[in-house]
Design a protein around this ligand. Structure first.
Ligand code: ZN
Length: 359
């Protein structure tokens, strides 16, 4: 019997099942109906080659696309309480969670990673829409807070990539509390003067839109993404009016000032890198040319922002220098330069003079 179970049965199974062939070799574009071969779709970053429709992509793929050379380090997100309300609708929330976890291989709907984008340090918090519609519960709120703390610790930019239906209703009020929490998380990053960029993807709706997703220094959106608070149908029923064409789409929001730019997926990483480099540049790039060879050191120091803070301590120095200069200055050119230099140094020198008699 042994050889039948060990040898014959697997052989027959292999003949009958042939389970190694995936059943979804072709995917239908939801916009134009075109059937696209899976390899072609993967090569085009899940953008339809015939109509340009941007299909949803998993958080993991998103991170690969954004970070330089597709390399990044994931961070472990804090453990949170599971099913605090012991919620149950058609099935238990804990059961739903378990199923989503085994289907996606993720703990919850958020992934946080750090690395570089366009050479700049960045922390990316990306949503996984396939995990319960990317809904924001305690775990997601906690994850965004962890991402913000990491960005502050690393002095890196924070980039949020929402793809979410909103708050996770199975966690009730606790999920709504994540709105102020994520807002505070964003504030932590902004207080440190670090860039916070939101990359709005399809769909960004509900409580996510009403909190951290609309607080970016810069809002980038993928073409055709649905971005809004309440759904179009709900709004239509409430106001009893027909909504305009393309309502709540990225292009419509760009036209109305809610979004700064709409960028195709293929150009996202490059655009993001450029923005981060621009935002991170704290000093002017132009070279500061000294007025005369002797004054090189002083002039080079002057434009640095640190100089204004230390201005008082340094004040006597320029004053002395100006006095020396006028003593030596016999040439006309030098006298002119002194005249230019004096207005700058005059203020601190005068301050010293005024203080002198008072003391
Ligand atoms: Zn298409």
């Amino acid at each position: 019997m042994n050889w039948i179970t060990n040898y014959v049965r697997p052989k027959i199974r292999a003949l009958v099942n042939r389970s190694d062939i995936p059943d979804n070799l072709w995917e239908k574009c939801p916009a134009c109906g075109q059937m696209i071969f899976h390899r072609e779709l993967e090569a085009s970053l899940r953008v339809c080659p015939s109509c340009g429709h941007h299909m949803r992509i998993a958080a993991k793929r998103r991170l690969e696309l954004l970070f330089d050379d597709g390399s990044y380090s994931l961070i472990e997100l804090p453990e949170t309480i599971v099913d605090p309300l012991r919620f149950r609708d058609r099935e238990r929330y804990s059961e739903r969670l378990r199923r989503s976890r085994s289907a996606t291989g993720h703990q919850d709907a958020l992934m946080v990673a750090h690395g570089t984008i366009g050479g700049e340090k960045a922390v990316v918090a990306a949503f996984n829409f396939s995990f319960m519609g990317g809904s924001m519960g305690i775990a997601v709120g906690e994850g965004l807070l962890a991402a913000a703390k990491l960005a502050v610790a690393q002095e890196a930019a924070l980039i949020a990539v929402p793809a979410s239906g909103g708050a996770r209703m199975q966690e009730g009020i606790l999920s709504l509390m994540q709105m102020p929490r994520t807002t505070i998380a964003v504030d932590m990053v902004k207080e440190k003067g670090l860039p916070y960029v939101v990359l709005l993807t399809d769909p960004t709706t509900g409580g996510v839109t009403a909190s951290f997703a609309m607080l970016g220094d810069i809002h980038i959106a993928e073409p055709g993404s649905v971005i809004g608070f309440a759904g179009a149908r709900v709004i239509e029923e409430t106001i009893r009016e027909t909504l305009p064409e393309g309502f709540q789409r990225a292009e419509y929001l760009l036209e109305h000032g809610m979004v700064d730019m709409v960028v195709p997926r293929t150009e996202l990483a490059e655009t993001l890198g450029r923005i981060l480099r621009l935002l991170a540049r704290r000093h002017p790039e132009a070279e500061v040319v000294p007025l005369r060879p002797g004054g090189e050191e002083k002039k080079a120091e002057a434009p640095a922002p640190a100089a204004s803070a230390k201005g008082e301590a340094r004040a006597p120095k320029p004053a002395e220098a100006a006095a020396e200069g006028s003593g030596e200055g016999t040439g006309k050119a030098e006298a002119e330069q002194d005249a230019k230099a004096k207005p700058k140094t005059a203020a601190p020198a005068k301050g010293e003079a005024e203080r002198g008699p008072a003391e």
